[in-house]
Design a protein around this ligand. Structure first.
Ligand code: GLC
Ligand code: CA
Length: 572
């Protein structure tokens, strides 16, 4: 794998080239790690693309691979090192690609295999790696495996899915409900049994207790590694296994969810320990191609997240930390608590603020008055921490949700089922806003989802020209985190632990201290840092990146911050 120019920068800046380490993986391929022992993905910035909504090259209103390829220069300009594409495989698109009917091809709406090969090759030339989305838990009900499996009880693929008899006459095998509404079992009159689906009925769960399933699925990853993908984002890994005895989940009082289903404590259908053995074996396959595995690892707490790293780092290199996505208000104490917990867990943190299932930052934290400042504040938070950030497309220009207003406009099936309580995920999946022209420059045709409400002001072309834009703030921040040794390598040192308004920390590396101050309130604040408490000596601070000149230092320990102000500076 090609060495990275910014790794080279760090090496020249602070270390000798002789200290570079190369290790040979089992396959005999080599993988560069920098002098501190970091593989490429630890210093990379990942960018999640929802292909259907990124850029439409053939003018059918649907984004596609050639559209993405045409925008690689933008991604390079921004400072992106790897893109994760949500599923691009052939699919009936019930769950917009998360219902895969062929793991070894490209959905014709998005292009061809040759287009994918070109995208991977062109991206590589620009030092951008491509990560695909591996939907492990289930296939589409149109996948040939399921068509065979459902054709008869005697079919050799019968045991590739989870089939069970009725109980009590004609009832489903137990009380489990689908995350997407209704019972988790669907009756098949042809063979007189039920099949299990954690998600939509069109997404039957694979039976991961069957070694043939494991082998077939692992082979899929090998096939893509040979085509040059750098790794996978693993979909819904906590749902791979179910209790073999199919025990009923306990109910939570008498609560009902947006679909009218009973709320259950998901102890028998989620997060079973067997998941970890499968992921460890999948990691061994990945290691043979120096690939990286990113997990969609929803956990209740950091202890759950920690388990996904594996005992000796032998499981997922990048289990995503979703705990930030559950912080729904700007709260310095709450973010401080989450960062400390993850940072102490021992693994390399992976920070996520939003994605194609979660409302955008603008909507979660915006106060209606300072939304642009807040978008920059959040960027300064997750892009200055120790760990790898995954940026969701459009966050860098301040895109906001556009939730459907009427049930008949909803595309995401859960939004139809749960309307109006659950409006679905269309709102965070709207077309990327490239310019102020028709359909925000996404496509000359009517896009599959309407563009965001304020695209005329919030788009790439307009923001590239405005030095004060959210986009240019992101770009400067990414340039800084790619080159500043303290931001790349430094320890996370929390400061002023009891400040309810300002989140303050250092990134500290070999005597270089970068201070990050984030005012999470709508009032101007002054901050006095207790540096002595952390044994840090400094006489002055010089800014590296600030939200505006109104956020400034007075000496090394005193700062003034505007409302929602950001100060990032070096202590000397
Ligand atoms: C994951 C995906 C989500 C999808 C689900 C079922 O949670 O992120 O979009 O609907 O898995 O595959
Ligand atoms: Ca298209």
């Amino acid at each position: 794998m090609a060495s990275r120019s910014r790794i080279a920068f760090v090496a020249c800046a602070s270390l000798t080239l002789a200290a570079w380490a190369l290790f040979a993986a089992a396959s005999g391929q080599t993988q560069a790690v920098d002098a501190e022992g970091h593989p490429w993905w630890q210093h990379a910035v990942f960018y999640e693309i929802y292909p259907r909504s990124f850029a439409d090259s053939n003018h059918d209103g649907i984004g596609d691979l050639n559209g993405i390829r045409a925008r690689l220069d933008y991604l390079r300009w921004l400072g992106v090192d790897a893109v994760w594409l949500t599923p691009t495989f052939p699919s009936p698109q019930v769950d917009f690609g998360y219902d895969v009917s062929d793991y070894r091809n490209v959905n014709p709406e998005y292009g061809t295999l040759a287009d994918m090969d070109r995208l991977i090759a062109d991206a590589r030339k620009k030092n951008i790696r491509v990560i695909l989305d591996f939907v492990m838990n289930h296939t589409s009900d149109q996948h040939p495996w399921f068509l065979e499996s459902s054709s008869s009880r005697a079919n050799p693929k019968r045991n590739w899915y989870v089939w069970r008899d009725s109980v009590k006459g004609n009832q489903p095998p137990n009380n489990w409900v689908s995350l997407f509404g209704g019972p988790a079992w669907k009756f098949d009159p042809r063979t007189n049994q039920w099949y299990y689906h954690f998600f939509y009925p069109q997404q039957p769960d694979l039976n991961w207790r069957n070694p043939a399933v494991e082998q077939a699925m692992f082979d899929v990853t090998r096939w893509w590694y040979r085509r040059g993908v750098a790794g996978f984002r693993l979909d819904a890994v906590d749902t791979l296994f179910e209790d073999p005895d199919l025990r009923d989940n306990p109910l939570v009082d008498h609560q009902r969810n947006a679909y009218g289903d009973p709320v259950e404590r998901e102890i028998y259908d989620r997060n079973l320990p067997e998941v970890h053995s499968v992921l460890q074996r999948l990691r061994r396959v990945a290691d043979q191609s120096n690939a990286v595995l990113i997990g969609e690892t929803w956990t209740q707490n950091v202890a759950g997240l920690k388990a996904y790293y594996g005992a000796h780092g032998n499981e997922l290199q990048m289990p995503m930390d979703f705990l930030f996505t559950m912080v729904n208000q700007l709260s310095a104490p709450e973010f401080r608590r989450q960062i400390a917990a993850v940072d102490a867990a021992g693994g390399w943190p992976v920070y996520v603020m939003s994605n194609h299932d979660i409302p955008r930052v603008y909507d979660r934290y915006g106060d209606g008055k300072h939304n642009d400042q807040i978008a920059k504040l959040i960027a300064a938070l997750y892009l200055t921490l120790r760990g790898t950030p995954i940026l969701y497309y459009g966050e860098e220009i301040g895109m906001e949700n556009r939730d459907p207003q009427r049930r008949e406009d909803v595309k995401d099936p859960i939004g139809k089922l749960g309307w109006p309580q659950e409006k679905g995920r269309d709102g965070e999946r709207t077309p990327m806003q490239w310019d102020a022209g028709p359909n925000a420059g996404f496509s000359p045709a009517t896009p599959w989802l309407p563009v965001g409400p304020r695209f005329a002001a919030y788009n790439v072309a307009v923001e590239q020209k405005d030095p004060g834009s959210i986009l240019n703030f992101y770009r400067r921040l990414l340039a800084l985190r790619h080159t500043d040794p303290a931001l790349l390598e430094g320890r996370y040192v929390p400061l002023n632990d009891n400040d309810a308004s300002v989140l303050a920390y250092l990134r500290s590396y070999k005597g270089r201290n970068v201070v990050v101050l984030l005012n999470m309130t709508a009032a101007a604040r002054t901050v006095h840092l207790d540096l002595a408490a952390k044994s840090v000596q400094a006489r002055a601070a010089s800014p590296l990146l600030v939200s505006s000149a109104n956020s400034k230092a007075n000496g090394a320990a005193d700062f003034a911050l505007e409302p929602f102000g950001v100060y990032i500076g070096e202590l000397r």
